[in-house]
Design a protein around this ligand. Sequence first.
Ligand SMILES: NC(=O)c1ccc[n+]([C@@H]2O[C@H](COP(=O)([O-])OP(=O)(O)OC[C@H]3O[C@@H](n4cnc5c(N)ncnc54)[C@H](O)[C@@H]3O)[C@@H](O)[C@H]2O)c1
Length: 392
Amino acid sequence: MADPLRREPIRYVALALIASFGVWYVNFSRNLPGPLLDINPRGVLHPEPGGLHIVVTGGAGFIGSHAVMVLAEAGHAVTVLDNLSRGNAGALRVLRDMIPSRRFRFLRLDLGDRAALCDALGQISPRVDLVMHFAAVAYVGESMRDPLQYYKNVTVNTVNLLDCMAANGIHQLVYSSTCAVYGNPEKLPVTEQTPPLPINPYGQSKLMAEEVIRWYARSQPWFKAIILRYFNVYGSDPQGRLGEYPRPELRSQSRISGACMDAALGLVDKLTVKGTRHPTEDGTCVRDYIHVMDLISAHVVAMKHLDNPPPLYNIGTGKGVSVKQFVEACQRVTQRDIKVVYQEEARPGDYAAVWSDVSKINRELGWRANFTDIQEGLQHAWQWRMSHPEGY
Ligand SMILES: NC(=O)c1ccc[n+]([C@@H]2O[C@H](COP(=O)([O-])OP(=O)(O)OC[C@H]3O[C@@H](n4cnc5c(N)ncnc54)[C@H](O)[C@@H]3O)[C@@H](O)[C@H]2O)c1
């Protein structure tokens, strides 16, 4: 018979190995760079009393990450689904460190993988109350070059999501749409009655996803949703916890806010403004820049007004600002010597001018934007970028 004392060293070695694996695992999943593992994949989340369990698709992205932060602060439990094809794993690490683990989970998942999506929605606990669907590819120029990617990722993935929500008895949705659905409107500002006539696959694929949601709602009386058409989103958390960081490989597509900060930090040698012969006052495009915190506050209000048929709202400031004015404000805020190149040729698929009429959401839901001075919003974005020059 084996002497029990002789087994002790083996036990100690085994325990030491298990302990060091545990320490390695915690460091591996916590530490910067390196792959981000799922966070809390099998845990049961616990919203605060009165809170919900909300699934946020695209929660590693610029807008989604800010939404997760605000929802968690309000006591909701949040499960993020994101494939990290865009967005930043670093934003999820910030959220993980900020939110109690009983109220935060991340699953790395592609919404194009219908089986994995349905499984995930069926397995996470507690039962999901509401989905905020931010995940998408969202660059006008890219959509002109690769339209199929847009119809798949934006339209088909919305079909997948609705399908998996139905299979798991989840009946509430907040949908991120865009002002790109309006194309080049004849009359400005655009109201929700303005006929949607998209001029690029990005806007078209979002409009089709909206249609899918509306038709699906007609067939499912218990399903409730709201569709929000965002104008141009910029800014960042005024407390500097999260920001907008276009990943280096996406810099060539980047939106004007990220691109301007990239130029101010010397990450790119110049800022190119594309299109100087639009029929606008200074020839550059005119847009309605909405601060990300205002956008999320609109979601917090909107999630209490889901309905069937799904209501539709513009989310903007109601004010048009030209790209030239935006760049000049960015130069004033950063006080850096940014080389700006004004290129006559417009970006394919770009519309000249669009800004919102927001009287519907103001009248019906009592929401309006707070940060209407773009210099203030750019100051928030710049503060975060300066303290994170290499991003997350
Ligand atoms: N940023 C804007 O100005 C703006 C304006 C109007 C509408 N929107 C809409 O808001 C939403 C969020 O935009 P954003 O600026 O935060 O973009 P973003 O690229 O920063 O975030 C999108 C996130 O979705 C994820 N994602 C993409 N495809 C996925 C897939 N198949 N499966 C799982 N995850 C996937 C990405 O990894 C990323 O983290 C999008 O739906 C976009 O169309 C944005």
